[in-house]
Design a protein around this ligand. Structure first.
Ligand SMILES: [Zn+2]
Length: 114
């Protein structure tokens, strides 16, 4: 048996695998939810104008874009890998945030820079 020093290959979420299928289901559910929220926010405004709507619309649109990008990464077999350090993003994090692009460490680094 030869020791393999390569960690974090994209094997787990390779296209066609069970993990990839589950991730896709999570992402598509998330996309449906966000799209439904978007329709509600963009819909005809009855009654009082909602002053927080423009900000929420922005956030929703950005989230939908991130979901699309995550679906694209899934197709390419790059899903679940941190864009900052290239290490696999912990599964628990992906369950909560299926479109996460960074691991917790890199996410905090990003936030610190902003
Ligand atoms: Zn990272």
């Amino acid at each position: 048996m030869t020791a393999n020093t390569v960690h974090g290959t994209s094997g787990e979420y390779s296209p066609g695998s069970t993990a990839a299928r589950q991730a896709r289901e999570r992402l598509e559910r998330e996309r449906r939810n966000r799209a439904a929220q978007l329709i509600v926010l963009e819909g005809p405004d009855e009654g009082q104008p909602d002053e927080t709507a423009p900000g929420r619309l922005d956030t929703l649109r950005r989230t939908l874009e991130e979901i699309e990008e995550a679906l694209g990464r899934l197709e390419e077999g790059r899903y679940g890998l941190c864009e900052g350090c290239g290490k696999p993003i912990p599964e628990g994090r992906l369950e909560i945030l299926p479109y996460a692009r960074f691991c917790v460490v890199c996410q905090q680094r990003q936030r610190g820079r902003a």
